[in-house]
Every structure is written in C-alpha cells, then in structure tokens.
Design a protein around this ligand. Structure first.
Ligand SMILES: *Cc1c(COP(=O)(O)O)cnc(C)c1O
Length: 374
C-alpha cells in the first residue's frame, strides 16, 4: 500500500539521535535550544518554542494570548479537530468560519460575518500546505484588534508573497508528527516575534514553573517558583536532535513535494472528474497534502477502489463542527458552513511524500484513472 504520507529517516538522523542517547541530557538539555534556534532561523521568526506535539503548540498559543471563558476564537470548518479543541481546552468558544471553495482555506468574508464583541483571535489553517491570504486576514485582525494564529502544521517550508510560513501571524504553530513536513516522532513548535508570548509559552510547557532543570543545575539551586498552571508539554533532547537533522532536508523535500504535485496536475489537466484545489500565484505551496475534488463520481467508490488497488488515499477533513462532541457541546449542525460541507463530500487526498518516486506517482495516477473509468 502506498500511504498518503510517510516520514523519511536516513542514517544521519539515526546517528544524531544515538549521540544524544549516549549524552547526559535526554530531555531539557542543549539540543532543545539548538533546535529552537535553527527552526526560528529557518522560518525567519525571532523565537521558536518546542513542545511535545502540534496540539500542545496550539494549546500554548491560545493560552499565551490569555484566551479564556466567554472568549470566541474563529477557526475554519475544514481542519484537524485539534485546531478547535485547543480553544475548548482554555474554556473558550470555537466559532466556525466557512472556507473558500477553490482553496479550502478560511474565507475572510465568512470570518468577518462571524465577528462579535467577544472575538479575541482567528486561527487560520494553511490547509494542505498552502498559506492563507495573510494580507487580508491581518487587515481584519488590525481593524478589530484581534490576534492571528497560523496553524501551520501542514505548511512548514511554504511561503506567502516571499515570506516564510512561521513568520506570517502573531503566533505560528507546527506539528512534527511523522506525516508532517519534518518529524521528531511526536513534536511541535510555536514561532513568534513577540518575546513576552514566547516566555509565556516556555512557562506553560513546563508546569508554569519559572526555571527549568538545566537552568537550576547551572546556578546550583533547588529553588523554583510555579507562577501559573502549566502542563508537561516538553520535547526531549533526542527528539530535538532528530528535528535538527530533519530540518536540513526540508527545502529539498518541499521541492520534491512540488514536483509530485506538478506531475499530478499535468495528469489531471484533461480529466473533468478530477479537480485539484486552486493554488494562488503568490504562494509557495508546501504540499503536505495533494487534495482533489471529485466531480460526477462517488467519492466512496473512488476511496474504496483505490485502497483495494494499493493506494492509501485519505479524506482531510470532516468539518469539525459535525463531530458528535461539537454538535452536543456547542449545538452546531449541518448548514453552518455550506462550502465546507459540499467540499467534504468531494475531496480525497492522494499520496505525497518526499520518498515517492515518479513511478509511484504514475501508478497512483493510473489507478485513479482506472477506478474512475470502471
Ligand atoms: C497534525 C495537525 C495538528 C495536530 O498536531 P499533532 O502533532 O498531531 O498534535 C493540528 N492541526 C493541524 C492542521 C494538523 O494537521
């Protein structure tokens, strides 16, 4: 089975991890800072804060902005549930905005229609790896004095009008899960230019305690203060060593993902029933996912047909507000975001990952065309 996404680990990665396993620090040691600095540099942000996963990154971001009960945060209907869950973790209310039917990115007009006096922030999701329209979103957040979070879990390595993803919003969150652009097994990061927010997130990932183990060791003191309620959202040193090693390959991998996407685009250019999502000319798409909309053919037939033929297609995502938890807790239901609901019926994600060669891409294309014509 060709999976829809897969990590790429080489000997260099393995050696980097082994080296740390033989060292004195398995967690909260020098590799964390080294990885954070390299990551911040890569995305042209002043600060990066490493955490245990992408969901923790979103949670830390919502926490850092002091979002709590009674506050509303606008999120897109089409995203992984964690985007909205992070808002709920802090006792606030996720308000679902519809998506643009061409790109499936959050629709700024829908965002504006959802604003209330309780709105505190917008979480934009760079769906599939394509950055949202940040000029328009920033204009809204400035006019209404809101914060902008970029859930960039799909988009590391992408850019918007020449600026890298990770530098586009007040806070930018990443996941390092194996299917994502680079991996540490589990892992996450938040980038920001705001030092106060970075400090708050460092506190949050370490129980709300003002110093970490390494810092206390350095000054020879056991004294620490817990000044807020935090979590243990730390990332280990051996994971950060893997992250550092993976980061070196990011640019090359994004190029390979773009080549695969171009090969799919060319193959489907004359197939009316397979419509790739729209890509805006002023972005560099990181292609975490290659998503097409199926027209005039049943998605489930295609899904089952392709899986039966060894192609591990997937569907990203069920509109979050249709999950039973959201329907029960927030009273959301069908009709809330019509463009998202229609898109959900038609979308399918084809395999794309850096280890995919042209032969594998061509066999996915052949299988899809066969399933459609059968
Ligand atoms: C993967 C992902 C997350 C969650 O990241 P984890 O590391 O799995 O916790 C959040 N948002 C989006 C859009 C994602 O794709």
């Amino acid at each position: 089975m060709i999976p829809y996404g897969k990590q790429y680990i080489n000997d260099e990665d393995i050696q980097a991890v082994i080296q740390v396993l033989r060292s004195d620090w398995l967690t909260t040691g020098p590799k964390v800072k080294e990885f954070e600095e390299a990551f911040a540099c890569q995305v042209e942000a002043r600060h990066a804060v490493a955490v245990s996963n992408g969901t923790a990154a979103l949670h830390a971001a919502v926490y850092a902005l002091d979002i709590g009960p009674g506050d509303e945060v606008i999120v897109p209907a089409i995203t992984f549930a964690a985007t909205a869950n992070a808002v709920v973790f802090q006792g606030a209310i996720p308000v679902f905005a519809d998506v643009d039917p061409g790109t499936l990115l959050i629709d700024p007009a829908s965002v504006e229609s959802r604003l209330t006096p309780n709105t505190k922030a917008i979480i934009a999701v760079d769906y599939a790896g394509q950055p949202c329209d940040y000029d328009i979103l920033m204009n809204i957040t400035k006019r209404y004095n809101l914060y902008l979070i970029d859930d960039a879990c799909h988009a590391l390595g992408g850019s918007y009008r020449g600026s890298p993803v990770g530098s586009l919003a007040d806070l930018n969150t990443f996941s390092l899960h194996p299917v994502k652009p680079i991996t540490t097994g589990e892992g996450g990061l938040i980038t920001t230019d705001n030092e106060a927010l970075a400090t708050r997130m460092r506190l949050f990932r370490n129980h709300g305690i003002t110093t970490d183990h390494q810092q206390r060791d350095a000054v020879g003191s056991w004294v620490y203060e817990m000044i807020d309620l935090g979590y243990n959202y730390r990332l280990t040193d051996f994971q950060c060593a893997l992250g550092l090693s993976q980061l070196k390959k990011l640019s090359e991998w994004v190029i390979r993902r773009q080549e695969i996407a171009a090969r799919y685009d060319a193959a489907f250019a004359n197939t009316a029933s397979v419509q790739p999502l729209t890509v805006r000319p002023y972005v560099d798409h990181a292609y975490h996912l290659y998503v097409v909309r199926l027209k005039g053919i049943d998605r489930k037939t295609v899904y089952c047909g392709m899986r039966a033929n060894g192609v591990g297609v997937n569907v990203h995502y069920i509109p979050v507000y249709l999950h039973p938890y959201y329907q029960k807790r927030f009273g959301t239901s069908y009709g809330l975001c019509p463009a998202a609901e229609l898109a959900y019926e038609e979308i399918i994600s084809l395999p794309v990952f850096p280890g995919m060669d042209d032969g594998m891409v061509d066999s996915v294309i052949t299988v899809l065309q066969k399933v459609i014509n059968d």
